[in-house]
Ligand binder design. Sequence first.
Ligand code: SF4
Length: 86
Amino acid sequence: MVVGKGERVETQDLVLPVIDLERCDGCELCVQVCPTGALGMVGGKAALVQPEACNYSTTCEEVCPTDAIALPYQVVFPPDDQGGSS
Ligand code: SF4
């Protein structure tokens, strides 16, 4: 499975980085520094080739010279207060 721009793979405990293929210049730096081998090159662009291996170390985001890879913001709301507060 390859995750590209506009796509997001998410489970309850996992949010994966998104790669903007228009920004990616194919320098391969993120692939070289990824500690788990989750990133690879597909068609000259970075791709999340093993999303299950990603532990989101943020290393890829830190080295990317074009800001093409980033973790999407996730808004988490607290559970509804079912008991009231009076
Ligand atoms: S570091 Fe950025 S520009 Fe370079 S291959 Fe990875 S996503 Fe693309």
